[in-house]
Design a protein around this ligand. Structure first.
Ligand code: AMP
Length: 428
């Protein structure tokens, strides 16, 4: 006898069950509608890629690559990794399919799971979901940055995620950032003894990341560090100023946060993050920025890029906690049938109602009316369609509204007409 064992979802992963899954579908569908209205189109990407793709683009020294990737050897010894994010994959696809030769910018969005071996907690999972968008092409106009941000906030507004704050920053480019990073490193060396272990290590590996620190004792020290805004080159300063003009033109609210550097290596110039209320410490619902040069780093032609990734798990949590979630779709009609002769009529009318886009439950086994109507109630059906010997004999249907037990007898045409007009009016 095999050992009796109860299987459970792996730590940091979870099942999304109904009715919550309806909320997810609505959330993702809304993203599709909003993004497509900005002329973005969906790209469907593989879940795993060559490990080197992520190592090279995200950066060897980042937490994601050094500690969090799900990496495994394939049977032919090649090293594969479950994607921890999708920007690298989008760039890989852009190169692989020669998208630079297409007219205009490539405007792409994706929806799907990402994998990082982080410590699970509320709003942080090992399999989590992102909705992202990327613009790749020849232009690095700040108007693109602003339109991407406008689209992002339009989406958040559409799903009722309105208690949010948009933070923006510029982290310079390859002309001005290296000098700033050296200056920062030198300043950090001077205060090294007052910093925690992680920040001390980052002085060598990635001094910018020290600015991300949330450790209370480090805050007064970090506040006194030199800020990149004073060290941007003219082109980067102008780009950032134009971005703010473009955001003002769109009537968008934002806050500048000089410490917003983001965890991945590939960002240049614009970086941004959106936080939402009611989520505790894991309150970032979206992160993104510009990554001019990433496509080239991956072996493609010189290309500008900007994009973001929305964390669906946290966004949906915030929508639920704000009480703004739309109700799950209701069951319209429960068919309470009795008598083997009526079964044929029940199957036939169920098919017709479903073809008219109504949600219909047809019990597979005969039940007494009392039991059947009780179940209809428990399932939250709006109507019970009662089909007994009498109805079959007279070719009619008895429709009972379960909220007030109002009942009417209808022919098939009347029934279809009535329920369809109801559906159009009330989403029943
Ligand atoms: P990043 O790809 O790190 O820039 O993250 C973008 C967004 O994805 C974050 O703002 C979060 O909302 C979400 N996110 C990142 N990591 C996780 C995780 N482990 N669990 C849940 N959401 C995450």
């Amino acid at each position: 006898m095999p050992e009796k064992r109860q299987f459970r979802a792996i730590r940091g992963t979870r099942d999304i069950l109904p009715p919550e899954s309806s909320l997810w579908n609505w959330f993702e569908q809304t993203a599709r509608e909003v993004f497509e209205s900005y002329n973005f189109r969906e790209i469907r990407l593989p879940i795993f890629e060559d490990t080197e793709l992520f190592a090279r683009s995200i950066g060897i020294e980042t937490d994601v690559v050094s500690k969090e990737m799900y990496t495994f050897g394939d049977r032919d010894e090649s090293s594969l990794t479950l994607r921890p994010e999708a920007t690298a994959s989008v760039c890989r696809a852009y190169i692989e399919h020669n998208m630079h030769a297409l007219p205009g910018n490539a405007k792409l969005y994706y929806i799907g799971p990402m994998f990082r071996r982080e410590r699970p907690q509320k709003g942080r999972y090992r399999q989590f979901y992102q909705i992202g968008a990327e613009v790749l092409g020849q232009s690095d106009s700040p108007a693109i940055d602003a339109e991407v941000l406008e689209m992002l906030i339009a989406f958040f507004n559409r799903v009722g995620l309105t208690r949010t704050t948009l933070y923006i920053n510029s982290i310079g480019d390859k002309n001005c950032r290296p000098a700033y990073v050296e200056l920062l490193r030198a300043e950090l060396q001077r205060v090294k003894a007052q910093l925690g272990h992680d920040s001390q290590r980052r002085i060598e590996t990635n001094p910018l990341r020290v600015l991300d620190s949330k450790i209370p004792e480090e805050q007064p020290i970090i506040e006194k560090l030199p800020r990149i805004s004073g060290h941007l080159c003219d082109a980067c300063r102008e780009h950032f100023a134009k971005l703010k003009e473009e955001l003002n033109l769109r009537g968008m609210k934002y806050e500048e946060n000089w410490r917003l550097v983001r965890g991945l290596d590939y960002y240049t110039r614009t970086t941004f993050e959106v936080t939402a209320e009611g989520l505790g410490s894991q309150n970032a619902v979206c992160g993104g920025g510009r990554y001019d040069g990433l496509v080239e780093l991956l072996g493609g032609p010189p290309t500008k890029g900007i994009g973001f990734a929305i964390g669906s798990d946290r966004s949906i949590l915030s929508i639920q906690e704000g009480g703004n979630a739309p109700p799950p779709p209701a069951l319209s009609v429960y068919i309470a049938w009795m008598g083997q002769k009526t079964y044929r009529a029940a199957v036939s009318i169920a098919r017709k109602l479903r073809a008219a886009n109504l949600t219909v439950e047809l019990p597979p086994e005969e039940m007494k009316f009392k039991k059947s109507l009780g179940l209809a109630d428990k399932l939250g059906a709006r109507y019970a369609l009662i089909l007994g010997e009498d109805e079959t004999a007279s070719n009619t249907y008895t429709l009972k509204r379960l909220s007030d037990a109002a009942q009417k007898t209808l022919t098939e045409n009347e029934l279809l007409e009535y329920l369809e007009s109801e559906r159009r009016g009330t989403r029943a």
